[in-house]
Design a protein around this ligand. Structure first.
Ligand code: BGC
Length: 870
């Protein structure tokens, strides 16, 4: 049996009208045999019979990806591509957009001021038989398009959240089936991120523009070979519609009695230079959930969807309802609906003056919620509403189950926080007045995220936004992308008027390398080289200006964000020396860049390897005296520490006492191999052990230390410490959240206190994915699946499961381009039964606890191992 399927172009199946800087064709190959020598043939043709082949090539790569350049691509053309090997083959297609064809349509907008949603319409008739029709369009801020009252396409919240001042990604739709003799095309355009209230601290309006606008070209190809273009221009009509308020944070108000205001359509002079085919994935309705209905202790009627999600609700609204409202919240407090932690975000869906029974849903907003407070409906009427989960369309690729229910729930929570925050860009949270693309959060979560889902196109798109922003920041990477240029309006806020902190900015190198390790997309890696180099150069330049110490001890740093080791409830600051964190990340980014350049055969690799080495040396001389950790390094007095201390005093009224020997500091040194000798490493391990016992086995780490601590403990032989940490059920811990009924991962370890009360409302979300980074520990250490090294061409995974008394069994399964790799282990009377499935063209280097190691390839293996309790 041999099979080829899951054909993708740049990580997307059958992309229609996307931008292709390069083409990475990939596919899944499945077979029961290993097949050492296979050559896959790849052909691209303009027809599905492959008569006119425009490209052909061969690869024997074990990773089933093939990257080529795109010089041969023509605009608005469908290409079929085929991959074949022996007797099997599979065909798929992709289609280009307008590429550099000039737009014949005009941007249109309207004259009168309005903050309501606007409908742009045009009627036209079609006189001949149609062969195909494509719509190329973009409405800003957000839009939905209808042809003859039928919604076009399956996506919502188009075009997604982009740096609209730097790129304007238009969509392409196949509308062949939508057209009749007489037609009406209607665009509903809302405010969205473009002009609606957005960005923390009360929000800003009109960030990218002060009116909605639209550009649209409908290309019709007739059977007789002739063509026609219906394009946006001043012959279109515009008016307001029943959506009288719409905002990302606040929600939507529909008033069915509102008098539509006719608007004067004008040509918008905005240039078309920024228009480009999309690379952003569509946001789709991925799941539906039904509610439980109950009255809370204040007698409010509530819907409980049993799971915190991102999306909205929809359903049949009964006739004769003057006002119905739905308010969305994450948690209950004292048995009542609660939304104070959303800060200024209203998160409300209101329908006014509804006279007839009809289906309703919001269009230009989304909510982060588990509970919905309903007003204006009774139980039975409210029951007709279901929740729709919205996120960018991506496939899941990792499955986990085990004998430990709470661990399974934790994995579910992590996955949900990922889904809930993967809406166009990776956001910090989906509910409060924030929902921004914070770069640090995804830096620490990208590895876990890429096991869970095929993140290539999604994070690739985000990196594009980061790169575009970087071009305007002299190489720096912002704290979040898109990064609105509002510094002059909001000069006070350091997050808006500065850029380029460690971990956050290091998304520029961590994400490309993580994606490469998971998906082996050479085209994607190539496209990020300058982003990576510019980021490292940005730090390097400042380092040079300060004498080239190879320490990153300057600027504005966030350190180990939200760590607990200062012991000050509510503070965002951690105790770890932020110059230590920043310099380790400087080292990490320089090494990542060197590795990426090497993989792309770029000779600049030498510079970054040398730089990485120099940084490592500086770390060793600054932080060690002989084999001992230097507890009072000069960095404690550095510029960056002084800044941080001042911020602590200014914003929190606290004194920050900085140290290097924290759980975070020690874990970073161990994980990044920063120690001068084996005896120095052992001393670090000893100190880490002391730290763990001082905190009674609890973690004290924040965003930076948390992903590293469990790995560092296990890799240092502190096995029982690692597992007590993971399975700890009291606060602070992952399973404490599970015990408290969490269905997503919290922003803070103490988001909810043991007494069930929320710990604060200033910055407290129940749906942040950063601490979900623990999942890569579960995958790499407990299940034991480790991806092939980046230089490895043989597709060799290392599998080394770690058994533990807290579990009787577990199963972990990763979908790869060669099929599923699965590990199942079960402990019975001290013996471990181990089952491993290795897919085709995959090798495994298996390391067992009984001291054996073996090389496996394609097949199912049943083995015994020993369980040695610590
Ligand atoms: C966000 C974080 C983010 C942080 C950086 C917060 O408000 O929610 O997740 O990384 O700010 O300062």
């Amino acid at each position: 049996m041999m099979q080829i399927d899951q054909l993708k172009v740049n990580g997307i199946s059958t992309p229609l009208g996307y931008h292709f800087d390069y083409l990475t064709l990939s596919w899944r190959f499945q077979s029961n045999d290993y097949h050492e020598n296979l050559k896959f043939k790849i052909e691209i043709s303009k027809d599905d019979c492959f008569e006119e082949i425009v490209f052909s090539g061969e690869t024997n790569s074990f990773y089933n990806t093939y990257t080529i350049t795109t010089a041969f691509l023509k605009p608005r053309t469908r290409y079929f591509w085929r991959v074949s090997v022996d007797e099997v083959s599979a065909i798929s297609y992709f289609e280009t957009g307008k590429m550099n064809e000039p737009w014949e349509a005009d941007w249109i907008s309207y004259q009168e001021p309005t903050f309501e949603s606007v409908s742009f319409k045009k009627s036209f008739s079609v006189k001949k038989e149609i062969r195909s029709a494509r719509l190329y369009s973009l409405g800003l801020g957000l839009y939905e398009v209808f042809i003859n009252d039928r919604k076009v396409g399956e996506e919502y919240l188009a075009p997604g959240y982009h740096s609209y001042d730097l790129i304007q990604q238009y969509q392409t739709y196949d509308v062949t089936e939508y057209l009749q003799d007489r037609n009406e095309i209607a665009f509903l355009v809302g405010n969205g991120w473009y002009r609606g209230r957005f960005i923390f601290e009360g929000g800003l309006e009109n960030i990218y523009g002060d009116k909605q606008k639209l550009i649209s070209e409908l290309h019709i190809l007739y059977h007789d070979g002739s063509t026609e273009i219906i394009k946006s221009d001043t012959t279109w009509n515009a008016k307001t519609n029943e959506i009288v308020e719409n905002s990302i944070y606040d929600g939507e108000t529909i008033d069915f009695s509102s008098k539509y205001q006719p608007l004067t359509v004008i040509m918008d002079k905005e240039s078309k230079q920024l228009l480009r085919e999309r690379i952003d994935l569509p946001i789709c309705n991925m799941e539906s959930l039904e509610p439980l209905i109950f009255r809370d202790t204040a007698n409010n009627l509530l819907l409980d969807f049993g799971q915190e999600i991102t999306g909205w609700i929809e359903g049949m609204l009964p006739a004769n309802k003057p006002k119905v409202s739905f308010k969305f919240g994450e948690i209950l407090q004292n048995g009542q609906f609660y939304s104070a932690n959303l800060r200024t975000a209203k998160q409300e869906f209101v329908i006014l003056n509804n006279e007839k029974e009809r289906f309703i849903r919001p269009r230009f907003t989304f909510f982060g919620f588990r509970y919905v407070k309903v007003e204006g409906l009774n139980e039975e009427e409210a029951q007709r509403f279901s929740a729709k989960v919205l996120h960018s369309k991506m496939e899941e690729r990792f499955r986990f189950t085990s004998s430990h229910k709470k661990l399974n729930q934790l994995i579910s929570n992590i996955r949900w926080s990922q889904k809930d925050n993967f809406l166009s860009i990776p956001t910090d949270c989906p509910q409060r007045d924030e929902r921004m693309g914070w770069t640090g959060d995804i830096t620490v979560f990208a590895n876990t995220a890429s096991y869970n889902m095929e993140t290539r196109a999604f994070l690739g798109h985000f990196l594009k936004m980061v790169e575009l922003e970087q071009e305007h920041l002299n190489g720096a990477v912002p704290f979040f992308a898109p990064f609105p240029k509002v510094a002059d309006r909001d000069a006070q806020n350091p997050f808006l008027n500065s850029a380029g902190a460690a971990v956050w900015g290091d998304a520029a190198t961590v994400l490309p390398m993580t994606l490469f390790r998971h998906f082996r997309d050479q085209g994607l890696l190539n496209s990020h080289l300058s982003l990576m180099m510019n980021w490292v150069d940005y730090i390097y330049r400042q380092d040079e200006e300060r004498g080239g110490k190879r320490l990153w001890d300057f600027g504005f740093q966030l350190g180990d964000w939200l760590a607990l080791d200062l012991g000050i409830p509510g503070t965002v600051f951690g105790a770890t020396d932020s110059a230590l964190i920043a310099t380790i990340y400087y080292y990490y980014s320089a090494s990542n860049t060197a590795k990426a350049l090497k993989l792309c055969n770029d000779s600049s690799a030498t510079f970054y390897s040398k730089l990485a080495l120099e940084i490592r040396t500086a770390l060793l001389t600054t932080y060690f005296i002989g084999d001992e950790l230097q507890l009072s390094p000069v960095t404690l007095q550095s510029e960056v520490e002084q800044n941080r201390q001042e911020m602590g005093r200014l914003f929190g009224g606290i004194d920050i006492s900085t140290r290097v020997d924290t759980q975070t500091g020690l874990s970073l040194l161990l994980r990044f191999g920063i120690y001068p000798s084996e005896s120095a490493r052992l001393k670090l391990v000893e100190t880490l052990k002391e730290r763990m016992s001082e905190s009674n086995g609890a973690l004290t780490t924040g965003f930076v230390g948390t992903p590293e601590l469990p790995h560092a403990l296990l890799e240092s032989g502190l096995v029982s410490e690692a597992f007590s940490l993971l399975f700890k059920e009291t606060s602070p811990s992952w399973l404490f959240e599970v015990n408290m009924g969490a269905t997503t991962t919290w922003e803070r370890w103490d988001s909810i206190l043991p007494n069930g009360k929320i710990s604060g409302i200033e910055m407290n979300s129940m749906n942040h994915y950063a601490y979900g980074a623990i999942e890569d520990f579960i995958i790499e250490k407990m299940v034991g699946i480790n991806l092939p090294d980046i230089e490895d061409d043989t597709n060799t995974y290392q599998i080394s499961p770690q058994y533990t008394e807290q579990l009787n069994w577990l199963t972990g399964r990763l979908d790869t381009v060669n099929g599923k790799i699965e590990v199942h282990w079960e402990i019975q009377n001290g013996i471990v039964n181990l089952k491993i499935d290795v897919p085709t063209r995959t090798r495994v280097h298996l390391i067992l606890k009984n001291g054996e190691s073996m090389a496996l390839q394609t097949g199912s293996y049943q083995l015994n191992d020993v369980y040695l309790p610590e």
